[in-house]
Design a protein around this ligand. Structure first.
Ligand SMILES: [Fe+2]
Length: 208
């Protein structure tokens, strides 16, 4: 648990390029901007529930905020495509992980860049860009991947309708070849805290 969640949030947004990056994403594609905010906030919360030290919680939150910033280099019509993508279109889309990492490296945010580069890696080695497997993928990245997938399912995609919380968790649980079950458990615990907040349990709300 963290003593002061407010300082985590302010530290998450403290990088000087934060407004420029998020503003550019907002101008480029509203759904990507919304997704970044969702994943940033929820990643920090999940990291705190998982017991990460405060500095790592902030870094994970920043990785959530910026994980898809490389989509600035992907044309909007491709981001929102509903047709079956060609091999070349897939390649362009997948490049967002490396491009986002490069944007962060350019600004000296090396640790965040590493998480952003690997957020599409999967436990069985089927992810990209490096085909990492299992524990080659950092714990923070495994947490980020679960939060990213959860928000995509809950929000829906141009080609897929949104699903319920229970359905999203069931799909993550069923995909153990791809997602770390302990990371899924941390996500569930964090979201149970959110539900307590929604019911007015403010002690829980301050108990990151
Ligand atoms: Fe992504």
């Amino acid at each position: 648990m963290l003593d002061d969640p407010r300082s985590v949030l302010s530290d998450m947004f403290a990088q000087p390029f934060t407004v420029a990056f998020l503003g550019a994403v907002l101008a480029h594609d509203f759904d990507t901007h919304r997704h970044l905010l969702h994943v940033g906030i929820l990643s920090a919360r999940v990291g705190a529930v998982a017991g990460l030290p405060p500095a790592d919680v902030v870094r994970l939150g920043q990785a959530g905020l910026f994980h898809d910033v490389g989509k600035l280099h992907v044309r909007r019509s491709l981001l929102n495509a509903t047709h079956t993508l060609s091999e070349n279109e897939w390649r362009l889309l997948r490049e967002h992980a490396e491009r986002g990492a490069a944007m962060l490296l350019d600004r000296g945010a090396h640790a965040v860049a590493s998480l952003v580069r690997s957020h599409h890696e999967r436990l069985d080695g089927s992810g990209y860009p490096d085909g990492l497997r299992g524990l080659e993928i950092s714990w923070e990245t495994r947490l980020l991947a679960v939060v990213d997938a959860y928000d995509c399912m809950r929000s829906g995609r141009p080609y897929a309708a949104p699903v319920s919380h229970d359905e999203a968790i069931a799909r993550l649980d069923a995909a153990r070849r791809l997602y770390d079950p302990e990371a899924v458990a941390a996500l569930v615990a964090a979201l149970e805290g959110e539900r307590a907040v929604a019911k007015g349990n403010w002690r829980t709300s301050l108990n990151w």
